[in-house]
Design a protein around this ligand. Structure first.
Ligand SMILES: [Zn+2]
Length: 171
């Protein structure tokens, strides 16, 4: 949990310890750290909520892309490819289904163009808190809507994601 602070420092982000999440705008009280905890709690639902387990990758990608500054340099690349696969190409959003595609991408080992995130708090209005607070019945759809919002916020990079997936399919 602490290494998010190292990434933040590396990316010149000063972590606020109180108030809403400075990156996604979630209405938490203890900033990014609490936002990460809320997201972690979603993963804790995978066993008890089978339907949500089929949609959890939407949350994984949405949260990672809303918090680019506390992740590694290829964060946006990997998670944009993930959203493109699920939202445009019908890939599963169930945990554990993604690995081959990600590995194939990373194995290319090319120099990728930087894919900078939109301004903080302009990365989709929904947050992990909305998915956490939804009823179990509504949670999977909420996760998908969250992912759609984030994908839209990153629309300038969508052509890169589509091109890269096309290339991966033919390599
Ligand atoms: Zn957040």
């Amino acid at each position: 949990m602490q290494d998010f602070r190292q990434f933040a420092a590396k990316n010149g982000l000063k972590i606020a310890e109180t108030g809403p999440c400075q990156l996604c705008g979630a209405g938490v009280e203890r900033g990014v750290e609490e936002c990460l905890r809320v997201f972690g709690d979603l993963a804790g639902l995978l066993r008890s909520e089978k339907e949500y387990a089929q949609a959890h990758l939407f949350s994984v990608d949405a949260h990672a892309l809303q918090h680019a500054e506390i992740h590694g340099v290829l964060n946006n690349h990997v998670h944009l490819l993930g959203l493109c696969l699920m939202l445009e190409r019908g890939a599963s959003a169930a945990m554990g289904t993604r690995k081959p595609a990600v590995e194939k991408f990373l194995a290319l080992g090319r120099e990728w163009p930087p894919l900078p995130a939109p301004a903080a708090r302009e990365r989709g209005a929904l947050t992990a808190l909305d998915v956490a607070r939804a009823t179990a019945a509504r949670r999977p759809a909420m996760a998908r809507r969250w992912a759609e919002e984030v994908w839209d916020a990153y629309r300038v990079h969508q052509p890169w994601a589509r091109r890269t997936l096309d290339r991966l399919a033919h390599d």
